[in-house]
Design a binder for this molecule. Structure first.
Ligand code: SAH
Length: 201
């Protein structure tokens, strides 16, 4: 799986090593575990999916930009897979999920792995975690029509946010905070994610 992701263009060895170190089958129900190492998104219940390994690696590579990350925020924990990958490339990982049942699923999936640097939050990720800002990196695992302004404010100057943006046709958007009041935005490639939704359930 890692070799295929590298073939598709992910070059960052730190990210590829992290991808190779996280057992993806442990984040899937047993009926799907045999498909864990094909490069595809798969259902995790509640109309949500575990992201495709390629896109997980690509987004982390773009956010990391070959530098070391201290504090990272993920919006959309889902089953906790990407949070586990992030825990190997960042000092502190905070991840928010709006569906209680998935927040609980991620907790159960991650507990046996004893990862000390992940904190899971149940809540609306569109609000971010202002009490823990600023973040070196912010990664969205669900697509909105635009990136919430609140999250841009929680980015450290010099920090990078990566997010899928759009409805039916989505693109990966990289946003860099260049000063207190300025952000730059770059469209990276096409992608396909579940929608970003407001509020909690
Ligand atoms: N990171 C996951 C991907 C999960 S799919 C992985 O490792 O595979 C995206 C998740 O985003 C879903 O679980 C969905 O419920 C969640 N989500 C959507 N809108 C959200 C919001 N406003 N706040 C937090 N989570 C949200």
């Amino acid at each position: 799986m890692v070799a295929r992701v590298a073939q598709q263009g992910v070059r960052d060895d730190t990210v590829l090593a992290a991808l190779g170190a996280v057992p993806r089958h442990l984040f899937l129900e047993s009926g799907l575990a045999s498909q864990a190492y094909i490069d595809a998104s798969l259902p995790i219940g509640y109309h949500q999916t575990i992201s495709q390994p390629y896109i997980v690696a690509r987004m982390i590579e773009i956010m990391r930009n070959a530098s070391s990350l201290n504090r990272v925020l993920e919006i959309g924990t889902g089953c906790g897979y990407q949070a586990a990958v992030l825990s190997l490339v960042a000092k502190e990982v905070y991840s928010i999920e709006r569906i209680k049942a998935l927040h609980d699923l991620a907790k159960n999936n991650l507990r046996p792995m004893r990862i000390a640097n992940i904190r899971l939050h149940y809540g609306d990720g569109m609000l971010g975690l202002p009490q823990l800002a600023p973040f070196d990196g912010i990664i969205l695992a669900a697509a909105g029509m635009e990136v919430p302004q609140t999250l841009l404010q929680q980015l450290r100057i010099g920090g990078r946010l990566i997010a899928p943006v759009g409805g039916k046709n989505q693109v990966l958007q990289l946003i860099e905070r260049v000063s207190n009041h300025d952000w730059t935005s770059t469209v990276m490639e096409q992608c396909h994610f579940v929608p970003l939704r407001q509020g909690v359930i």
